[in-house]
Structure formats: structure tokens, C-alpha cells
Ligand binder design. Structure first.
Ligand code: PGA
Length: 251
């Protein structure tokens, strides 16, 4: 367990209608009502954001989006800006999730633009990185992550990154039921702090929160959170049920 404040974030991906999102958010806010020592965030689909904001406003649960586009406004059919997310009630956003990189062509360069847009609008930004199974097998994990961090955070200085959270999500552990062991995750998180210290400075590396993501469940969260450099979790599947997610929040 670190001395950084834990964050448990739920990524609802492309699940739940508006009604289902509102219902799940209502259940969750009442289940986590007494939690004061952990930050909590949920990221519903775009179409549910504003309705869910009506539920979580003033509660222990922060609202996040799953993506944004870096321009402020314009002829960009189908896209949504950081300012629009804020006006829908978001205080956070997830950027660079591996599913966005894999299916929607996001690159370290576009991720960098999105992080800039998010942070300059005052959104807490959960910046996702992670290696594939093939990359891990080829011993490329650290070089892949180093490049993702270097390029994703290019042109920032450490003062810009106060609202940044890094989420380490090994692609082979997402939605597969295969969790990285707490030692594997800890090893990577230590590496990431060193990489951030090298690119920026030691105070930032020590204060930045690094979440683990990939098949996090009520049964493995306590073990993961016992590691010194794991500051929370980005949870997919297990965040969809309010009761299950609240158990993770209360690890
Ligand atoms: P999972 O997803 O918890 O279902 O593995 C994690 C994520 O994609 O953020």
C-alpha cells in the first residue's frame, strides 16, 4: 500500500442504456456513501453522462468519460470535446485505452494530443498504457511502455501533470480473467516511476498515481493494493455491477 490516495475507476465501455446507467449509478452512490479514504470514478457511455451526473453530483463518485477529441469544436462529425464533457458534468476522462488503440486507430501521438486537451480543460486524465501478450513474450514490455510514456507525455513539464493518473493495463489481462500477479504489476509500476523520473523528475514520479487494470475483481484487489507502487485500479467487467464494484472500492 502506498501513501498516495487510492483511486478505483470503473470503465463501463459500451455497456448500459441511459436507464441502466442511472440505475447502476444510484445503487453505487448509496453503497459507497461511507467511503472517505478512496477516490471513486465511473465512466459511462457518452449518451449516459449527463443523466448519470444528475445522480452522482455531490456524492463520493466522480464522473468520467471514456474518450474525447482534442479540438475545441468544429466540423468533426461524431466527436466530442473536453469542454463538452465538462459541461455534461465530467471531472475525469480515460485516454488511450488499449481498445481505442486496437480498434479505433489511436496512436501514442493522438493520445498525446488528447491528454493535452483534457488537462488544459482541467479534466483529471487516466492515461492508459500496456503491452500485448506477444510483446511480453518477446521481452519488449519495458521498451513498449517506455515509448508509450515518452510519446504520450511529450511536450509536458511536470507541473502540467498534477491531474494525470497512469493506468497500466497489460492487454493480455483485459477481459480475459488472467490478472497480472501482484509482483508482475509491482515490477512494471516500479519501472514506470523510474521512467517518469527520467522524463520529468523524482517528485512527480513519487506523487503520480499508477493504477493497475486487467481482470480486477473483489477477490484480487486487496492483494494488488498491498503492493507499494499500485495506487488503485481501472476496472472493466467487474465495474458493471454496483455491488461487485463497491466491494472493489472497499478492498
Ligand atoms: P477488465 O477491463 O477489468 O474487464 O479486464 C479493464 C479495462 O479494460 O479497463
Amino acid at each position: 500500500m502506498s501513501n498516495r490516495r487510492p483511486l478505483i475507476a470503473g470503465n463501463w465501455k459500451m455497456y448500459k442504456t441511459c436507464e441502466e446507467s442511472v440505475e447502476a449509478a444510484q445503487k453505487l452512490t448509496s453503497l459507497v456513501d461511507g467511503v472517505t479514504d478512496t477516490d471513486i470514478m465511473i465512466a459511462p457511455t457518452f449518451t449516459s453522462l449527463f443523466s448519470v451526473y444528475g445522480v452522482v453530483k455531490g456524492s463520493r463518485v466522480d464522473l468520467g468519460a471514456q474518450n474525447l477529441y482534442w479540438e475545441e469544436e468544429g466540423a468533426f462529425t461524431g466527436e466530442i470535446s473536453a469542454g463538452m464533457l465538462k459541461s455534461a458534468g465530467c471531472s475525469s476522462v480515460i485516454i488511450g485505452h488499449s481498445e481505442r488503440r486496437q480498434y479505433f486507430g489511436e496512436t501514442d501521438e493522438t493520445v498525446n494530443k488528447k491528454i493535452k486537451a483534457a488537462l488544459s480543460c482541467g479534466l483529471k486524465t487516466v492515461f492508459c498504457i500496456g503491452e500485448s501478450e506477444a510483446q511480453r513474450d518477446l521481452n519488449l514490455t519495458f521498451s513498449v511502455l517506455d515509448k508509450q510514456v515518452q510519446t504520450g507525455l511529450k511536450d509536458f513539464v511536470s507541473d502540467d501533470l498534477r491531474d494525470l493518473v497512469v493506468a497500466y493495463e497489460p492487454i493480455w489481462a483485459i477481459g480475459t480473467g488472467k490478472t497480472a500477479t501482484s509482483e508482475q504489476a509491482q515490477e512494471v509500476h516500479t519501472f514506470l516511476r523510474a521512467s517518469i523520473a527520467k522524463q520529468f523528475d523524482e517528485p512527480l514520479a513519487q506523487s503520480i498515481r499508477i493504477l493497475y487494470g486487467g481482470s480486477v475483481k473483489p477477490g484480487n484487489i486487496a492483494e494488488l493494493m498491498s503492493m507499494h507502487d499500485i495506487d488503485g485500479a481501472l476496472v472493466g467487467g467487474a465495474s458493471l455491477d454496483a455491488e461487485t464494484f463497491s466491494q472493489i472500492v472497499k478492498f
